[in-house]
Structures are given as C-alpha cells and as structure tokens.
Design a protein around this ligand. Structure first.
Ligand code: FES
Length: 156
C-alpha cells in the first residue's frame, strides 16, 4: 500500500533534483511522515545521495521522520487560548500522557503538538484530538480526556 502510493506520487514528478522538497511534502501529506524506505527511493529517483535527502528532511521542521499517533492531540497556543490558560492545559496533558510537545508515544497511541490557532477562539482555551475540537478546556477536563477506564478503554 505504502509502496504503491509512493510509486504513484513519484510518477507525478520528473525526477529532478529541484523537486526534492515538493516530493517530500507530497509523501508526508499522504503517509503522515517520511518513512526511511521512502527517503531511500526518493534519493534514487531525484539522483541525490540518501544523506542529502535525510539532511533536507531533518532540517525543515515541517517534516516528520516518525509516524504519527492514532490520536493527534493539538493544544492551541494562540493568544486567546494562551491568556485563558493554554499553558496549564498543555502542562497537564504533558504529565498525563507522558509526552513532550512534538513527541509520539512508543505504542503510537498519541502524538502531542501545539498549533497557532484552531479557529475556535470564542471557545478558548481549546484542544483538538484528531478532528474533534474541545473548548472551554480546563486542566481537569483535559486530564479526564486521557484517563483510562478500568478495562482499558479511553474516557472520551
Ligand atoms: S487562539 Fe486558540 S482557537 Fe484561536
């Protein structure tokens, strides 16, 4: 599946060196990150050393070299959310799921990130888990979102 997708993406480019960044963006948009095997194939395709692809991918903050978690947790750090307690909410989530900003859990359950504005400032402070936005967040509510029920199901 991943291989076919990569082949389709590469087929839409010419294999020129200057296409490296757009190819990396396209692969990441489709796969969520840049798998090592994909970077090797891209290096061959555009005719540059693998180390060059890796250095470009690791230079730009937009590229991810590791897969995303099944639940992408985005804490808004925009002005409206910041002044209404976003730093305390982020700190609570960091402690509750034991991840720092930008990290993904080893079991690939969570990725924690911050965003400039979720677009729901009237509900500030907000967090988003995948596509679902939760507003009027408090540290207590945030903690409750990540507690695990007996039997192993997440409370959400
Ligand atoms: S600042 Fe947080 S939703 Fe806009």
């Amino acid at each position: 599946m991943e291989e076919e997708l990569l082949e389709d993406i590469l087929a839409s480019f010419k294999g020129k060196r200057y296409e490296l960044v757009p190819i990396l963006q396209e692969v990441q948009d489709n796969l969520g990150y840049l798998p090592e095997k994909a970077m090797l194939d891209i290096a061959r395709f555009v005719g540059v050393p693998e180390s060059h692809v890796y250095s470009v991918a690791s230079f730009y903050a937009q590229f991810r070299l590791l897969p995303l978690g099944r639940k992408r947790v985005a804490v808004c750090r925009g002005t409206a959310c910041h002044i209404r307690g976003a730093p305390q909410i982020l700190s609570t989530i960091v402690k509750t799921i034991d991840l720092k900003e930008g990290e993904t859990s080893d079991d690939l359950e969570y990725t924690l990130e911050t965003v400039a504005c979720i677009g729901c400032c009237a509900l500030a402070p907000c967090i988003r888990i995948n596509r679902e936005v939760s507003g009027d967040m408090t540290p207590e509510k945030a903690k409750g979102l990540f507690l695990v029920k007996e039997g192993g199901e997440d409370v959400e």
